[in-house]
Every structure is written in structure tokens, then in C-alpha cells.
Design a protein around this ligand. Structure first.
Ligand code: TMP
Ligand code: ZN
Length: 412
């Protein structure tokens, strides 16, 4: 066990153990070209993750500057997945029931390309999206969404409050775990959430990550992996209380958390998950150590597979130039010499190269024609959607999954 002298950003206790991934690029920093200058100057940081056994929060201990991660070149556009669009449409319908259309407005922090707020814009609900990356904000605006480009902090919350007043609903999906200064966000939310308002947060769930050994849930942008206990610790300090949760299979297992400033009755689902976390020993350092062992095994298994197929002369490609695959590829030393290319449908990603491993990203439309022998499903969380789509396109390949274990699926 590697003791650390770092303090937990949630509860200020000492981080108990460190898992060192070595030098990592920023997962979404795709390279426009590969040449000596670009390669030499590629930004890398020493990625170490740690767990706090006081509040159970898992976090990156030295997070790169936020401007290096969220800027006008942000590569993730959430609307690429039809499934996620419908997931957020359902949440939108639920939230609209809680709002008085004439009086209330909804604030979304991390509104990305407008995937969620678009439903509110289309139905003329008052809304505001805040996102730190200019290029995704521009796309949201083109989708008719009222969006502001800014990091959300205390100062921004005061500006928003002055202009729009208190928000009845605040939604933060797949974003809270991106934010290093979680205390500042909680302060900002406290400023701006109406007394009878609801805060809804959704992001990857710690227990799922532990369960499937998902090595790649962590990268610079995912600098926290949260649980009920760690979120409770954070928000109770700011007088915001958790009262309900909902679990989803999205992104390898996600939790949706409902908070209020009021003392609402806690639901039985929330109590069940509190107990589940305790029964699964999220406060026990051995749970984190077991997770590390799992990650190392997954990485070795994938590397050995790729090397052996490459020696046989097989063409191995990837599908989904996901941010999380940057962790797997860099940690496992799988680079452009082993993988021919990665297919992806995001226009911004096509023609660029993966960070650190410099694998070309090709338009997913070329997948059927190219027909690689093996295709590693890096976007494994969108498995159903991708495999069905490619089956309809009559693609022939052997799909390779690697989480929680290496698994081949023959579609020929
Ligand atoms: P995510 O796992 O972080 O959501 O990233 C998924 C990546 O996979 C993203 O770059 C978009 C890409 N993708 C496709 O290329 N085709 C698809 O059908 C889906 C659902 C995603
Ligand atoms: Zn802590």
C-alpha cells in the first residue's frame, strides 16, 4: 500500500492508498496531426488515483489545469448516441412535471451540445445551460438552447442569480465528476437553488466501477468517482440533503441522485443503496486494492491478446474513440503499431489521432468496407446500439470486449 500525503477534496482526510498509472495524456486531447513537434510537445501528467476511506470518494490526486481539459477543442458531443438522447428525453419529461412553466427555470451545469436542454428549448421552458467548452456551447446554441460558456463556480452562480434568480431545478449529468473544486460548485449550487428546488446529479457509480473493474472510468476529466456516501458528505456541508437515487446501466453503471434544501423523507431506494455500499465495503481499503488488481489483469489480458493476433498478421481495429479508452490504451501500451485505426461517428474526432497512442480515428461509415478481423469495442457502454447498427450494415468482424473480462463475439 502506498500511503499518500494528499488530502481528500471532499472531506479533507488523508487519501489512503495510491494507484499510479504512470504518464497519461489528457483523454480528450486528440491530436490533429502526428509529427515530431506535436509528439514532443504532447502534454502528459502523472495520473495517480486514490481513495478516501473516510468518505469513500475515489479521486485523481493531481488534476491537470481545468483549461487544459475544457476548452474550444472539447471532443465529446453527447448527442452521438440515440440511446442517450432518449435517456435524457425521459428525464426531461419527468423534470417538466416538477416545474411551473410560467414561473420556473431549469439550470443545467455541463450542458454539452444541448442533448438535454433541447427538449426544454423545443417546448419553450425557461432554461439556461452552462458549459466550459466553447465549441460544445456553440453547438448547443445552434440547437436553440440558451447556453453560457463558463466554468460553474461561486462567482458564476452570483451572476446567474442576479440575472435569472433562483433555479427550481438544477441538473448536472456526467459533469460533476469532471470538476476538481467540488466545494466551489456546492457553494454555487447553494446560492442558486430555490428553497423548494431539486438538484439532480447523474454520473458513473463507484460500486459499478469496483464491480466490473472498469480501469478506464478514471482519466483527467473523470477526476472523481462518486458514491451516495461521498456525495452526502459533500453536500451536507452545504446544507443540501440527498433524499432519493435511481440506478441506470448507462456508461457502465450510473447513479442519479436527488437532493433538496428541505428535509424531505428519504426513500427506501436510497436506504437500500446506502446499505449496499456498506455491505460492499466501500470504506475498506482492500476493496480499492482488489480493484487495482482487477485493472492490472484486464490491461494485461487485452495487451496479450492484441500482441498475439498482431503476430498472426490479423488486422485489429477499435470502435469508439472514447475518452476512457485513452486510459486503457496508454496504461496497456497498445498504440498505433498494434491497432490499425479506431472508427467513430463524431465529425470532430474523425481524421484526428488518439492522445498518447496516436491511432488514427476514421469515419464509422468506413467500417463495413474495411472489415477488420478483430474490432475492440472501446465504446462498450454503447454495445447494443453499435453492434445492432453494424449488423444492419452487414459488417463482418469479431467483436472484442475486455471489461470485465476478454470476450469475443463472432458476427460473421
Ligand atoms: P462515450 O462512451 O464516452 O459515450 O463515447 C462514445 C464514443 O463512441 C463517442 O466518441 C461516439 C462514439 N459512437 C460511435 O462512433 N457510434 C455510435 O453508434 C455510438 C453510440 C457512439
Ligand atoms: Zn474524503
Amino acid at each position: 500500500m502506498n500511503k499518500s500525503d494528499c488530502l481528500c477534496r471532499v472531506c479533507s482526510s488523508t487519501i489512503s492508498d495510491i494507484f499510479d498509472f504512470g504518464n497519461m495524456p489528457i483523454a480528450n486531447n486528440l491530436m490533429p496531426v502526428i509529427n515530431d513537434t506535436y509528439t514532443k510537445n504532447e502534454y502528459k501528467y502523472n495520473m495517480k488515483i486514490g481513495v478516501c476511506i473516510n468518505c469513500s470518494s475515489l479521486q485523481i490526486v493531481n488534476v491537470p489545469e481545468k483549461e487544459l481539459m475544457f476548452n474550444n477543442q472539447y471532443a465529446y458531443f453527447a448527442s452521438q448516441s440515440e440511446f442517450m438522447k432518449s435517456h435524457f428525453e425521459k428525464l426531461g419529461n419527468k423534470v417538466m412535471q416538477l416545474m411551473d412553466k410560467e414561473k420556473d427555470y431549469i439550470l443545467e451545469i455541463g450542458s454539452n451540445d444541448g442533448i438535454f436542454l433541447k427538449y426544454f428549448a423545443d417546448k419553450q421552458y425557461k432554461h439556461l445551460g452552462v458549459d466550459a467548452s466553447e465549441n460544445v456551447v456553440e453547438t448547443a446554441k445552434k440547437n436553440g438552447v440558451n447556453a453560457l460558456c463558463s466554468f460553474f463556480d461561486e462567482e458564476t452562480s452570483i451572476e446567474i442569480n442576479n440575472k435569472y434568480g433562483k433555479a427550481k431545478i438544477i441538473v448536472i449529468t456526467n459533469t460533476m465528476h469532471h470538476i476538481e473544486n467540488c466545494q466551489e460548485v456546492a457553494k454555487g449550487i447553494n446560492n442558486i437553488l430555490a428553497e423548494d428546488g431539486t438538484l439532480i446529479i447523474e454520473d458513473p457509480y463507484l460500486l459499478d466501477m469496483y464491480k466490473i473493474g472498469s480501469i478506464e472510468q478514471v482519466y483527467a476529466e473523470h477526476n472523481f468517482i462518486w458514491s451516495l456516501h461521498s456525495y452526502k458528505t459533500l453536500f451536507e456541508k452545504h446544507s443540501i440533503k440527498l433524499f432519493d437515487v435511481e440506478h441506470f446501466d448507462t456508461h457502465g453503471g450510473s447513479m442519479r441522485y436527488y437532493f433538496s434544501k428541505q428535509n424531505l423523507n428519504k426513500t427506501s431506494t436510497m436506504q437500500e443503496y446506502i446499505n449496499l455500499e456498506l455491505n460492499n465495503k466501500i470504506f475498506d481499503i482492500n476493496t480499492f486494492i482488489k480493484f487495482q488488481e482487477n485493472c492490472i489483469n484486464i490491461s494485461k489480458e487485452l495487451y496479450n491478446f492484441v500482441v498475439s493476433k498482431s503476430k498472426e498478421g490479423k488486422i485489429i481495429a477499435g470502435y469508439g474513440a472514447t475518452a476512457k479508452s485513452a486510459t486503457t490504451l496508454n496504461y496497456s501500451n497498445i498504440d498505433k503499431n498494434l491497432i490499425s485505426c479506431i472508427y467513430d461517428s463524431t465529425p470532430f474526432k474523425i481524421g484526428k489521432y488518439t492522445p498518447g497512442t496516436h491511432i488514427e480515428i476514421k469515419d464509422a461509415k468506413l467500417f463495413t468496407k474495411d472489415s477488420p478481423d478483430y474490432t475492440i469495442l472501446f465504446a462498450w457502454n454503447h454495445k447494443k446500439e453499435i453492434i445492432e447498427k453494424e449488423k444492419n450494415n452487414k459488417s463482418k468482424t469479431i467483436w472484442v470486449e475486455y471489461i470485465p473480462k476478454l470476450k469475443l463475439t463472432y458476427e460473421n
